[in-house]
Design a protein around this ligand. Structure first.
Ligand code: CP3
Length: 352
């Protein structure tokens, strides 16, 4: 009997996340929609502030599709931000020009108890509408490209909620985790529940794969990493397996170092994203050969371009050849990236 291959299962990114060694590997880039693209800057100016851009489906969908039109990546990541969950929980948020995100920091047990997990899905309705629009857009324009939904890892989001802004130390969050683990745990649990509801809603709206960005995971001691990164991630993936069977999950425990092996074994993700500092050859040994890896080109090599870019990309490709793998950066694209270097990178990948 002839087996019919559905167009969905034929998408290269979904095949790689499902454990197939697809070659040349599917690719997308963290922060692929953003300030390095003139068409983004133009639309961003029209929207006014960043939150308005994230909550105006027509504009957010357009921005999501811009890099796909220009470069043809195999993955399209929803244009939004990990801090839209605290925003949906009722914590005041703004993005100040040149300063990054600013939240009214949570300073008491009462402030944590006053968050509104029950209304998260309602508040993110415009973002879900963006997901649905992008999915329709991809079906029409880029049928081999997979739509990736996302959320922040609970620990990373808690860092911003307690500190109120970016920080080198995130002392408020890491300090509270030691001083009052019960209270910190209540915040993590609130985020865990909100994140599950948010991700399930993204899948229902059309997301085909999901990613959890735990950008500050690498600041934790090994014991704290297991408790505040691996355990909440495992709780989220257990529920997602039940409620969204077959939807692959990428985890990004940035700067995990050797704790990546633990994370890969216990967090329940289908794919581990690795940061720039990780040796791809080490990661390829530390993670089971059937589990996909994603990463980890230095965003600054993409700024430099030329021979440096080609050499860095080829050495990562050599480490990943023969295993399920998704090409990506080790952290987000930076605004000074020349778009033509992204074109050059895509050409290098296609000839791999
Ligand atoms: O292409 C994509 O990856 C899509 C969307 C996306 C954004 N942020 C858009 C964004 C995603 C997946 C994120 C994740 C995110 N946001 C993370 C995790 C990944 C990482 O980079 O570590 C974190 C920590 C945030 C929080 C955040 N949002 C910060 C610290 C900043 C300021 C830094 C900056 O680049 O300005 C943002 C703002 C932000 N999020 C921008 C974009 C495109 C820039 C806003 C603008 O256009 O002015």
């Amino acid at each position: 009997m002839e087996r019919s291959v559905s167009p969905v299962s034929a998408k290269p990114l979904l095949r790689a996340l499902g454990g197939e060694a697809v070659w040349p590997p599917p690719a997308w880039l963290m922060r692929q929609a953003g300030r390095y693209l003139p068409e983004y800057r133009e639309l961003r100016a029209k929207a006014g502030d960043f939150i308005s851009l994230c909550t105006t489906p027509q504009l957010a969908a357009e921005v999501t599709l811009q890099p796909i039109r220009r470069f043809g990546m195999e993955g399209a990541i929803l244009f939004s931000d990990i801090l839209m969950v605290p925003w949906a929980l009722g914590q005041p948020l703004r993005f100040a020009e040149g300063e990054g995100p600013l939240l009214e920091p949570l300073r008491s047990a009462e402030a944590i108890a006053a968050l509104h997990p029950g209304t998260v899905v309602e508040r993110v309705a415009p973002i879900l509408e963006t997901v649905a629009r992008v999915r329709r857009g991809l079906a029409a324009e880029a049928p081999r490209t997979t739509l990736i939904g996302f959320a922040g890892g609970c620990f990373t989001v808690a860092c911003y909620m307690l500190e109120g802004r970016g920080s080198k130390e995130f002392a408020a969050a890491r300090g509270l985790a030691y001083a009052d683990p019960a209270l910190f745990g209540r915040l993590i649990r609130t985020l865990q529940d909100a994140t599950v509801e948010y991700l399930v809603a993204q899948v229902e709206a059309g997301a085909e794969a999901l990613m959890l960005f735990d950008s500050w995971a690498g600041m934790l001691s090994p014991g704290q990493f297991r408790r505040w990164v691996i355990e909440p991630t495992a709780a989220i993936t257990r529920t997602l397996r039940r409620r969204c069977p077959g939807v692959p999950l990428i985890g990004f425990p940035r700067l995990a170092g050797p704790l990546l092996a633990d994370y890969a074994g216990r967090a329940g993700v289908d794919c581990c994203a690795i940061d720039t500092a990780m040796d791809p050859r080490w990661a390829a040994q530390a993670v089971p050969p059937t589990m996909a890896l994603q990463g980890n080109l230095d965003p600054l090599a993409l700024v430099a371009g030329g021979a440096a870019l080609e050499a860095e990309a080829r050495s990562i490709l050599a480490a990943m050849r023969g295993r399920p793998y998704v090409f990506n950066l080790g952290h987000g694209i930076v605004p000074q990236t020349p778009p033509e270097n992204v074109t050059a990178l895509m050409r290098i990948l296609r000839s791999a």
